[in-house]
Design a protein around this ligand. Sequence first.
Ligand code: NAP
Length: 249
Amino acid sequence: MQLLGLIGYPLSHAWSATYFSDKFSREKITNIAYRLLPLKQIGMLPDLIRRHPELTGFNVTIPYKVAILPLLDDQDEKAREIGAVNTVTISRDGETFRLKGFNTDAEGFLSSLPEPLNHEKALILGTGGAARAVAWALKQRGIGFRFVSRQKKGGDTVDYNSINLNLLDDYTFIINTTPIGMYPDVEAAPNFPYALLSGKHFLYDLIYNPAQTLFLSKGLAAGAKTTNGYSMLVGQAEAAFRIFTRTQP
Ligand code: NAP
């Protein structure tokens, strides 16, 4: 029996195990199991891998998509360009193992975008692992973007308090890559001037649990179009599964 899993902390919001269990029973895959593997610190990863000799690969979620990079032996080109990893394969040789990182979030995000997408500029809320994948994907689509951060990062990064009507006139695609509003903190929303939104705006929340976050509700109330992260979840999971099950070079 082959084991796949998801590392991150906490994992109460995560649907990956349910997604893969449903997929395995639908597709009559009986030799692979998928489990949530909560990890309080990324430094505990080698021990987890040694304790699960049947583990051949895993997905990575908040807060470890960037923190895992120093623990990897190799990365594919896309993951290197993005600077974040959400999929890792394990090659074992007795007690030793090698970890190779991939990024399927960008592919999942791209496959989830509605067509046609009539937006030329985007604001990316947050600057973590998922934000890096979204930025890479937007570049592929020729969509300009600026990050919005709580931290003074300089450059093109925008402060939440300086988002105004002028900026929102150009930047009509707003993507939440922060965990604000994710289960169980469903009463929270990013600090954003929702009253300045209108029908020309499109709000995308990477969160899929709950299906309608407060961020999306506030956007809808202001007349914006909205979508949640479920379609991206499916896209990145299917791309990860193809990596997990292909013959390793
Ligand atoms: P991460 O690496 O920890 O990054 C999250 C970023 O959000 C941080 O870098 C931070 O940016 C900002 N942030 C964190 N706490 C905040 C707070 N209290 N207030 C405002 N901003 C805050 O996490 P991640 O792995 O990128 O994941 C982020 C979210 O995306 C999670 O909810 C995750 O479940 C979701 N996600 C969904 C999918 C999908 O398939 N649908 C895929 C990937 C991720 P600043 O410090 O710059 O403000």
